[in-house]
Design a protein around this ligand. Structure first.
Ligand code: HGY
Ligand code: MN
Ligand code: MN
Length: 412
């Protein structure tokens, strides 16, 4: 089956989706359940309905758009990703996997393909950690990886709970109703930009993801003593930001000291109180993101970071509280689904290579309840989570064509 992708339609939709943003183009900011996100969701549901898909939403706003098959009671073949975007980011992270899946479905429809199994497009809520501090909230709850009671109490920076924000966004029902059992889906596939430089450097069209790095995040609160920037002499200070600076550098040194390139650690958040130039910082809150393809090595690094932060605080007579927000195990893709993708690559004469995902994705959690695989397309210079994130229409269409072929092969 020669699958023709409507590149113009897909390009136009990627541009339209990027316009739902709280940042000026080319940047995209689309935080979960903000006006921009809700408008994007409404627009996207309209595009799915126009393709004849039947829509349902669960209590946290995960959105399911189904193309019924001739055997509707069979477990569906699922595919999808996310549309939320961190502040000042790009237009391809997540959206390629959502609009690409919609285009794959429409292309199969327009090519006269009729699936036996249903094919279901999933749009996961809150893949990014921006608002509630933990990523993949929708897929965590869907796969049973997050306790619904704990999730309901997660709060954003304004103190609103996830439960309150979900209700205000129009989603109802207990978060405990989100979970789906293993076997609900026959397979799950996610198309995504690589968010790394390998495919472009190796001039390979498709990356077949073997495993997904294990993410962990820490919140570190350092409490010192505030005071007048002029009146308090240096020997008498307990400056929380100076201690935080020492901790941030220690995090970098400890990550490098594992000697493994797969170990990465980032201090992405640093909130200073009271935040006045002439007032000694009395409290600093740090947000750390720590990942590795090897969970044991990552956990050893987390322990080292905790011990070192405590030692720095003690040396400076400050207090420090460290909270582990999440520490997930790595995800492994299903060999049978990877084989299906490999066969489709050979069918379509597309170059491919195995690859490790250093970014986490909803697939990390979907792999707990369904045979899961990810396929990557190149992104320019590996750049992502920046306004200059870019994937060429040709590469996107090659990924969509491969996804369509694999969905068709699996849905028969
Ligand atoms: O941070 C990540 O890996 C993903 O982009 N949320
Ligand atoms: Mn992202
Ligand atoms: Mn993503």
């Amino acid at each position: 089956m020669q699958i023709a992708i409507n590149a113009e339609r897909l390009a136009s939709e990627l541009n339209q989706l990027a316009s739902f943003s709280d940042a000026p183009a080319p940047a995209v900011t689309r935080i979960v359940f903000t006006e921009a996100d809700l408008r994007a969701r409404a627009w996207l549901k309209g595009r799915c309905r126009a393709a004849g898909l039947v829509i349902r939403e669960d209590a946290i706003g995960n959105t399911f758009a189904q193309w019924n098959g001739s055997s509707p009671d069979l477990p569906a073949i699922a595919t999808g990703s996310h549309i939320d975007a961190i502040p000042n980011s790009g237009r391809y992270d997540g959206t390629v996997g959502v609009l690409g899946a919609l285009e794959a479905i429409r292309s199969l429809q327009e090519n006269g393909f009729a699936p036996q199994r249903p094919i279901e497009l999933l749009i996961f809520t809150s893949e990014e950690p921006s608002r509630f501090g933990i990523g993949c909230l929708g897929s965590r709850l869907l796969s049973g990886a997050l306790d619904p009671h704990h999730a309901a109490d997660l709060r954003d920076s304004a103190g609103a709970s996830l439960e309150e924000v979900c209700r205000a966004a129009g989603f109802s029902g207990p978060l405990s109703s989100v979970c789906l059992p293993p076997g609900h889906y026959a397979a799950f596939l996610e198309l995504h930009i690589e968010q790394g430089p390998l495919l472009e450097r190796e001039r390979v069209q498709i990356g077949l993801v073997s495993s997904i790095a294990a993410p962990a995040s820490l919140k570190i609160v350092i409490e010192g003593e505030g005071g007048h920037a002029g009146g308090v002499l240096m020997p008498h200070r307990r400056d929380a930001l100076a201690a935080a600076a020492e901790i941030i550098l220690a995090v970098e040194r400890l990550a490098l000291s594992t000697g493994a390139l797969d170990t990465v650690a980032t201090t992405g958040l640093c909130d200073v109180f009271p935040g006045a130039i002439n007032s000694i910082p009395s409290r600093v809150t740090l947000g750390l993101d720590v990942r590795d393809t090897d969970a044991a090595r990552r956990d050893a690094l987390l322990r080292d970071i905790e011990q070192t932060a405590q030692a720095i605080a003690q040396k400076r007579s400050l207090s420090v509280q460290i909270r582990l927000m999440n520490a997930d195990r790595p995800g492994h893709c299903e060999p049978a689904i990877l084989d299906a993708l490999r066969r489709a690559c050979e069918q379509q004469r597309v170059t491919f290579m195995p690859i490790v995902s250093r970014a986490y994705h909803d697939s990390l959690f979907m792999s707990r309840i369904a045979p899961t695989a990810m396929l990557f397309i190149p992104c320019r210079a590996g750049v992502s989570h920046r306004p200059d994130e870019f994937a060429s229409l040709g590469d996107i269409c090659a990924g969509v064509r491969l996804l369509a072929q694999t969905l068709a092969n699996l849905a028969q």
